[in-house]
Design a protein around this ligand. Sequence first.
Ligand code: NAD
Ligand code: IPM
Ligand code: MN
Length: 355
Amino acid sequence: MKNFKIAVIAGDGIGPEVIASGIEVLNGIAALDKSFSIELKHFPYGCNYYLEHGEMMPPNALDELKHFDAIYLGAVGDPKVPDHISLGGLLLKIRRGFDQYINLRPVKLLEGAPSPLVGVNPSDIDMIVVRENSEGEYANVGARLYRDTPNEIALQTGVFSRHGCERVMRYAFDTARRLNKSVTSISKGNALGYSMVFWDQIFDEISREYPDVETHTLLVDAAAMFFVKNPKRFQVVVTSNLFGDILTDLGAAIAGGMGLAAGANLNPEKKFPSMFEPIHGSAPDIAGRSIANPLASIWSISQMLDFFGYEQWAVKLINAIERLLVEKKTLTPDLGGSARTDQIAPAILDIVANL
Ligand code: NAD
Ligand code: IPM
Ligand code: MN
């Protein structure tokens, strides 16, 4: 029997609340399937760990984490710790250190999920955003000069490598070819005359390797407008790290809210573990009240099962989420219900068992 070893970093704020639900669902599915088992190890890394130890994770954390099949992450961030320290010392360190260069974020409106857009239905919002996840605007190369003087300067450089652009674009094209969908590249070559012109040039080159795949290119400002005005035009989207970050919160907003948006940080070659997480943060405004929506975390379990090769369970889980949304009996307050966080996983498992 295949055994999957999963490192759990529940993290801060609502992280532990929503992760508990995801784990309950994962264990429930493993019990139903019987052909694989799950072995979890919890790591206490996060802002409380930082406040106690002065670092978000111990220096050898990646050496320890690299032996796992996957990492399941809740959320990171606490008002008591500056965000660039907490995120730079944990989430971004893992993404970079494990070369999780693909951030796969479905933006899919399920039946029953609320959208603030007028007159849209599920067939209008069904895209896969492939966000570059290892370099670009997030490379964190820069400097602070002349600190605390009137001449103070901050420099932050984007790093776009040919290798980095080619691999994320090929991933998007391979996905589109497999699903018979179009690819839209989103960039900003009209203003960023080095990095984004380079991105556009490489997209043009790679698209010639896939003459059977329909392609589109958009500037990011116009793309943001079309996410709202005409989301149907997007199928597979490939974009840079920062643009992908911003556009997928917008994507979450049009497809049911932050409580439903999941993301997979993939190292497709499986040289390192991949990491699965909801795309939302630690939501300090609602933490500790058992009202956080765990469906994004549960959706990321679907992505994990898919990555492990259990596509049928991945699909079943999305169908179960959809059924829950349509039935409207067990939903958290962000979706108009009055259920507590810990009531969602049992309801999902009930549906899964009867699908
Ligand atoms: P956030 O995503 O935590 O919250 C934005 C809004 O969405 C809040 O009103 C929150 O209550 C709501 N929300 C988010 N998830 C929800 C859920 N599951 N159910 C119901 N409502 C939900 O973003 P923020 O407020 O900008 O950031 C808070 C902290 O989280 C910051 O420290 C930030 O740096 C960090 N952050 C971490 C991650 C991560 O760990 N992956 C992602 C984004 C932000
Ligand atoms: C996300 C988050 C992170 C990002 C932050 C917390 C560093 O917003 O996963 O979307 O910008 O990638
Ligand atoms: Mn984000």
